[in-house]
Write a protein that binds this ligand. Structure first.
Ligand SMILES: [Fe+2]
Ligand SMILES: [Fe+2]
Length: 140
């Protein structure tokens, strides 16, 4: 095993753990209509996603791994990574709305549901692409 394998294994383990953690937060967000709880989850998501997306986009990260293993999938990965900034904006919008006194509860719950759908879809496509590119599995 080379040092790159070890480093890459640690990097992959961190991303897998973050994806699990994110799935847990999205499950909680999808189940609540409580404005205070939505604010707390949105706040955790802001911090979590900033670090997670930065790790995914880091030089030597996912793009480098996909370029080595499956260069024909690099553009698809770039398209998925390009969604990160819009997802961060959506989390920030949810946090802002959930703390705004004039925002209606229904609108906040609806925005939370949109965020859950978009983040789940993003992570599903990302995981599917990485499975296919790095481990030769079939995209879901
Ligand atoms: Fe991502
Ligand atoms: Fe991710």
């Amino acid at each position: 095993m080379t040092s790159r394998d070890t480093k890459s294994g640690r990097y992959t383990a961190i991303l897998v753990q973050e994806h699990r953690h994110l799935a847990g937060e999205l499950r909680k967000l999808g189940l609540t209509c409580d404005r205070t709880e939505i604010t707390v989850i949105a706040d955790r998501l802001r911090a979590m996603l900033a670090g997670h997306f930065a790790r995914e986009e880091a030089p030597g990260g996912l793009r480098a791994a996909v370029t080595r293993s499956a260069p024909d999938m690099r553009d698809d990965l770039d398209d998925i990574m390009a969604e990160h900034s819009a997802l961060i904006e959506l989390v920030q919008e949810l946090h802002a709305q959930s703390t705004a006194s004039d925002a209606a509860d229904e609108a906040i719950v609806s925005l939370a549901a949109t965020l859950v759908c978009r983040l789940r879809d993003h992570e599903r496509r990302e995981s599917s692409l990485l499975t296919a590119a790095l481990w030769g599995g079939a995209p879901a």
